[in-house]
Design a protein around this ligand. Structure first.
Ligand code: NAD
Length: 389
């Protein structure tokens, strides 16, 4: 595989890709020379200044696209036109037209596209979907999911704080929530009503949302998100972090306190030094995966006869018999399901589940959240596809 874009996402996905027995990392592309030098040294890999040059390399069979949102379409299409499969970071793109162009390019080329990683791949979420689909607890009534974190107060480039270039917590963080509720609820969202908040004008991106989604079959989902670094839903998840790592309990507002008094330029400089090749990036553990399942806050799934909750170690069931835990083995790395999905499509001819149409349908919900908030009305959807399980 080749890696296109060596920023924060790459640091997060690196343990999964680097440790997968199904992947050999042989190439990387990024305009930043420091990142290329580090990549070449870390992986004994060929490096390129441009994604196009990497895509033209005959040795590369598939790419991981982790560039800023606005470049996803361009890079996935370049990969497909060169016969390469792709894992594309979320959100799939910024517009539905871009998604259509990506889907068409992949279909023309006969390659495979997986849109992820997102928390929709988390094993407890997949298990809950199995339980919901089997109707062992009756029909699904609602999925409620809350995530409170410090998204707005992470070190951000100037581009990430520009809504015109895709700076938005709905577009950046919303895919996790929308993928989770769509996967569990069967995929087909009928309509969206939402409020989106921008509460810190020094960081002019939306940073909070509350959304009500109705599925075609009448089930409902609510999404609540705050990226303002005050309450943290990891507190309700035994202080297990989003990546499945154990966090120190009770820390409060560290990131926000560190960044809130910095100018935008100082924050951008902090970001540049903290990403791959920046010199002050976090150490990445390449020896096994996290101890717990990844998650995205608190999610409670209510069926007629039980409430189900993804837990750090499996699924907790609350029904007439009481409360019990179904343990699920933690995967070898946090997002191994994403790699497995591409591998099974390419090598075993199985269909991709989180394909371009799935990614487009998730983006349609995200754009509807923004539109509903702007226009203060319910927005109806027309590009939804069912969960492909
Ligand atoms: N799934 C996740 O958990 C997760 C986590 C973080 C980010 N993301 C997603 O990954 C994407 C990237 O986000 P990020 O936080 O890593 O951003 P970032 O700014 O940290 O990194 C972007 C990288 O892309 C490189 N780049 C820019 N233009 C390029 C080009 N033309 N060709 C090749 N490389 C180029 C930059 O130099 C940088 O290294 C976003 O779409 C974001 O939503 C996903």
């Amino acid at each position: 595989m080749g890696v296109i874009g060596m920023g924060s996402a790459w640091l997060t996905f690196m343990p999964t890709l680097a440790q997968s027995p199904r992947v050999q990392i042989i190439a990387g592309a990024d305009p930043r020379s420091a990142a290329r030098r580090k990549f070449a040294a870390d992986f004994s890999a060929e490096v390129f200044e441009s994604a196009e040059a990497l895509c033209a390399s005959p040795a590369v069979e598939a790419v991981y696209v982790a560039t800023p949102h606005r470049l996803h379409a361009h890079h996935v299409i370049a990969a497909a036109e060169n016969g390469k499969h792709a894992i594309c970071e979320k959100p799939m793109a910024l517009t539905l037209d871009e998604c259509d162009a990506m889907i068409a390019a992949v279909e023309r080329a006969g390659t495979h596209l997986v849109v992820g990683p997102s928390q929709g791949f988390s094993p407890p979420i997949l298990k809950i979907r199995e339980m919901v689909k089997s109707e062992q607890f009756g029909t699904l009534g609602m999925v409620n999911t809350w995530a409170y974190k410090d998204f707005v107060y992470r070190a951000r480039s100037l581009e990430e704080l520009d809504p015109a270039l895709g700076g938005s917590s709905v577009l950046n963080q919303g895919p996790h929530q929308v993928d989770v509720v769509r996967w569990i609820g069967g995929g087909l969202v009928r309509s969206v009503r939402a409020m989106v908040g921008m509460w810190d004008t020094s960081r002019p991106i939306d940073g909070a949302h509350a959304a009500f989604l109705e599925f075609e079959d009448g089930a409902a989902a609510t999404l609540a998100f705050s990226g303002y670094g005050r309450f943290d839903t990891d507190e309700l998840h035994d202080w297990v972090g989003e990546g499945g790592q154990q966090r120190p309990a009770g820390i409060y507002g560290n990131q926000r306190n560190r960044l809130v008094h910095m100018t935008a330029a100082e924050v951008a400089a902090a970001k540049a030094s903290s990403i791959y090749g920046g010199g002050r990036e976090r150490a990445v553990e390449l020896n096994g995966g996290p101890p717990f399942h990844p998650h995205f806050g608190t999610t409670i799934v209510s069926c007629q006869h039980a409430d189900l909750r993804p837990s750090p170690t499996g699924v907790t069931i609350y029904d007439d018999g009481g409360r019990r835990e179904i343990p699920i083995p933690v995967g070898p790395t946090a997002q191994s399901g994403v790699v497995d999905e591409l591998y099974q499509a390419v090598r075993e001819g199985r269909p991709t589940l989180h394909d371009g149409r799935w990614g487009k349908a998730t983006l349609e919900v995200l754009l509807a959240i923004l539109q509903s908030s702007r226009e203060r009305r319910e927005v109806f959807l027309s590009h939804q596809v069912p969960t492909a399980d």
